[in-house]
Design a protein around this ligand. Structure first.
Ligand SMILES: Nc1nc2c(c(=O)[nH]1)N=C([C@H](O)[C@@H](O)CO)CN2
Length: 125
């Protein structure tokens, strides 16, 4: 199945469980793979027939600016549900990394997979 990708998208948001984290904005780095059949868009060379990675990236930025969750789990889960609903994404995997949260690690975070691939057609358009 085809995928539309967003890799290493950097956002700033209020995120964290500790008091000191509630008063600052921290960077999250995100990767998304979103399933869709790209053949209709390619055949017509038409953005309206695929997932617009620029529009989705902009929506993620707005979500991050407005959110203030404690856990990266909550950030990922709420954002995935919102993106699936607003953009009609049948299946996605999202990785949310919080660089610097554990100094000994390059990054820590979560990866979630939501939705079903069964609704994405493999048949030629
Ligand atoms: N599974 C998680 N573990 C931790 C989280 C989290 O969001 N998910 N958050 C923290 C703190 O906010 C940490 O990032 C501060 O350095 C600790 N563990």
């Amino acid at each position: 199945m085809d995928r539309v990708l967003i890799e290493a998208l950097v956002v700033e948001t209020v995120i964290g469980v500790y008091d000191w984290e509630r008063t600052i904005r921290q960077r999250l780095v995100m990767d998304l793979e979103m399933a869709t059949d790209i053949r209709a868009a390619a055949a017509d060379d038409d953005l309206t027939h695929t997932l617009d990675y620029a529009a989705i990236s902009a929506r993620i930025q707005t979500f991050a600016e407005e959110s203030h969750f404690e856990l990266v789990e909550t950030f990922a889960e709420r954002l995935a549900a919102l993106l699936r609903e607003e953009f009609g994404i049948p299946w996605l995997t999202m990785t949310v990394r919080k660089p610097g949260a554990v100094p000994e690690a390059a990054a820590v975070g979560v990866r979630i997979v939501r939705g079903s691939l069964e609704t994405v057609s493999d048949a030629p358009a």
